[in-house]
Ligand binder design. Sequence first.
Ligand SMILES: NC(=O)c1ccc[n+]([C@@H]2O[C@H](COP(=O)([O-])OP(=O)(O)OC[C@H]3O[C@@H](n4cnc5c(N)ncnc54)[C@H](O)[C@@H]3O)[C@@H](O)[C@H]2O)c1
Ligand SMILES: [Zn+2]
Length: 408
Amino acid sequence: MSRSETSLPAGLNPVADLPKPPGLHWNVRADQPVAYSVSMVRGLLDADNPTLARACGGGQGRPFRCLLVIDSVVDSLYREQLAEYFDRWQIQATWQVVQGDEDAKYLEQAVRVTEAMSRMGILRRAEKVVAVGGGVVLDIVGFAASMYRRGVPYVRVPTTLVGQIDAGIGVKTGINYGHHKNRLGAYFAPELTLIDPEFLRTIDPRHVANGMAEIIKMALVKDAVLFDLLEATVGSITPDTLAGCGSALSEVLSRAISGMLDELEPNLWEQVLERSVDYGHTFSPSLELRADPPLLHGEAVAVDMAICVALAHLRGHLSKSDTDRALKLLQGFQLPISHPIFTPELLEEALADAVKHRDGLQRVPLTRGIGSVVFANDLTAEELGRALEFVGSWKATTAEGELVGAAV
Ligand SMILES: NC(=O)c1ccc[n+]([C@@H]2O[C@H](COP(=O)([O-])OP(=O)(O)OC[C@H]3O[C@@H](n4cnc5c(N)ncnc54)[C@H](O)[C@@H]3O)[C@@H](O)[C@H]2O)c1
Ligand SMILES: [Zn+2]
């Protein structure tokens, strides 16, 4: 801390640079280092694999406690395996089961997780909270961990595709509030994320497509090689092949994860609001929860991406053939490219909310060719209407059920 009239270097603290009233002034400055790792580990629940036990703080030949917060479906499928694993490694897990669907992602659920921490009397640093589940449970637990005693360490074990390539690997946590996605939340890094694709064997095929939307996003904004790979594997991606994680799918997962981490790492706290990973997340956050029946997150992102593909094409950033490839790839994964809730009026409303989120500017990422982005700040309502029409007529003129590339 400095007591003086000097200010921090320009840009670091705009408030400190304001004219001072007469008197003494104190400026406080601290940096918070963030370090966490993401590891892909096959056979995470194998009895002789110490990785998870060590992540929980145990595995040292003496009993150890942790708070296991687990998605209810994952609990029903993997309880026996997990319980045997914890016994083997002398981990005394306090078991807290949480519902893992979007409509369970509300504040009270996060508060309940903090109550479980309190009941257990979790030690503030030595004992870990271990979140096992999809993006919903990871977001709830991460938010609870950020609030409890203003922050306790936690470990993530994502069990869905969205969790493994997106929700589980960044630092964002949150819950939905007032029809808005993730309106309340915190940036709060886990100590570690452990990804075992074997969990994907039991996910619903609709949740494969849901996760693929986020992978297609990464391909469109920064990885043309990944895009080619997706075109080549589209017919063969199933819960079983993802779990088996052969060489092509291992490459898909690893490119998606590294692409995402490359984008997140230099901008973890989102000081820069032009984020290519926001592709497909301009209109979808406002509309995802309004659809009836609700859209899954990745489905809403897919419709948003289709509109952005059309916007890029209409602005001359994306050739007709790349536009066709992008829309066909989305369809190839059984993702929607249009939905009745995405009307011109609601798109405009959603964009207005995105402008608030993005501090006053649209900052809408659009593809410039496949694999790179450009940001638009001047989209008009009329242009949004034309993009919707473009997708509508594209869909009508494209043969239904056509798959892209050869299935392998
Ligand atoms: N924090 C972030 O950076 C971030 C990033 C992307 C998405 N998200 C959030 O993630 C959420 C979506 O996550 P999701 O798609 O994983 O949904 P989800 O967590 O709702 O899980 C989907 C369904 O799969 C079930 N499930 C979980 N693992 C399973 C398994 N191994 N086998 C069988 N069933 C299983 C769940 O019980 C649930 O019914 C959204 O709320 C989204 O906002 C957060
Ligand atoms: Zn997303």
